[in-house]
Write a protein that binds this ligand. Structure first.
Ligand SMILES: *Cc1c(COP(=O)(O)O)cnc(C)c1O
Length: 368
């Protein structure tokens, strides 16, 4: 069986270094808001070339805290609108509605699966305060037009960078393109912790300060509470493991790129639509390698029968979920088509060349 993602193998590749750092942290007796988090924040900041980095408990909190920070600063208020792609993972949208803000969904481009920038302006109202872009599957979404549009309408650009750490647009890392970004270190992400973890990066030092306080009960001095905050901190143990793995992220993303390149060159089947290579200047990090086919159930069963595990990202779009009954009446044909047809193939830095060959051969034998 070729696993969709072999997390054990991914982490064991750095076993000795991770174990040493974990043991050191364990023995230090200091488990929160200490040197490991500080070191990781510094190294991630340096890696991104960002102004501010704040470790938080998970990726959803990173996005929630950015929006909450803007609310505390008076940049937006509950009832304001945030534009977001309809085909994102639901966490992007939960971060918006959790703050009493209104998610305004827009369709993606069927070829890149990323938000169609040309469809943003028609959705802007007097209440629109931000655009949340999502570098879905690890593919960068950015353009000069987007920046010009945000400046023209005084919108904040928030990046959901949960799937794209290490990706670049003309030499600038994602997470450092917009005003603020949320990162997830969920174990299956390209930079995965040994449990939950996340981070915020932002350009505005004041926003960084507000978010740091919000994540720690709304306080940046013990027992002095400025905001009605939450408890969303990155643990020392996770930071220690992440700091080790951060050193290898570029090499691991390179390996993902090499696998994606082979899939694109070698899969040759009329009933399978492959992802497009990114435009020049954009570095894709292939968090997921997503193909499309009209007969997904049959293809997935065929792969399972031949020993290849696949997953679907995602089977049901957020606007069709029970929890968003207020959005259920919307019809987004491109989003719905994507959710009906996508299938994610195994891709990871520890996949062997022979596994790629095996999967490719099986796919080339499939007929709908
Ligand atoms: C994983 C993910 C999140 C949420 O991150 P968690 O760490 O699981 O909370 C948010 N947005 C996207 C696009 C994601 O893939």
């Amino acid at each position: 069986m070729i696993k969709f993602l072999d997390l054990q193998k991914i982490n064991v590749a750095h076993q000795q270094e991770i174990e040493e750092r974990l043991l050191q942290t364990f023995r230090s007796g200091w488990y929160l808001l200490g040197n490991e988090v500080k070191t990781f924040e510094q190294n991630l900041k340096h890696y991104l070339d960002a102004e501010e980095v704040i470790g938080v408990a998970n990726g959803l909190d990173a996005l929630r805290l950015i929006l909450r920070g803007y609310i505390e600063m008076g940049v937006m208020q509950p009832g304001d609108e945030v534009i977001v792609p309809a085909n994102t993972y639901i966490a992007s949208i939960l971060a918006i509605s959790d703050n009493g803000l209104v998610p305004v969904l827009i369709e993606p481009d069927l070829h890149t699966y990323n938000v169609d920038i040309d469809k943003i302006e028609e959705k802007i109202t007097a209440k629109t305060k931000a655009v949340m872009i999502v570098h879905l599957y690890g593919r960068v979404v950015w353009s000069e037009e987007l920046l010009a549009l945000a400046n023209k309408h005084q919108l904040k650009i928030i990046e959901d960078n949960a799937q794209a750490i290490g990706a670049e647009w003309n030499g600038v890392k994602t997470g450092n393109l917009g005003d603020a970004a949320g990162f997830s270190f969920y174990p299956g992400k390209n930079l995965g912790a040994l449990g939950d973890g996340g981070a915020v990066s932002c350009k505005d030092a004041e926003l960084g300060k507000v978010i740091r306080a919000l994540a720690n009960y709304g306080s940046n001095q013990k027992y002095v509470n400025i905001y009605k905050g939450l408890n969303s901190r990155l643990d020392e143990l996770h930071a220690a493991a992440l700091d080790v793995k951060l050193k290898y992220i570029d090499a691991e993303n390179d390996r993902r790129r090499a696998i994606a390149k082979r899939y694109i060159a070698e899969i040759n089947n009329e009933s399978i639509i492959l992802p497009e290579q990114p435009e020049t200047g954009a570095e894709h990090v292939w968090h997921l390698f997503v193909i499309r086919t009209e007969n997904r159930e049959k293809l997935q069963a065929f792969l399972t029968d031949n020993g290849v595990q696949t997953l679907i990202h995602y089977p049901v779009p957020p606007h069709k979920q029970q929890c968003y009954s207020e959005l259920n009446h919307f019809i987004f044909p491109i989003t719905e088509k994507i959710h009906e047809e996508v299938l994610s193939l195994p891709i990871s830095p520890v996949m062997e060349d022979e596994e790629v060959t095996t999967i490719t051969k099986i796919l080339n034998q499939f007929s709908c």
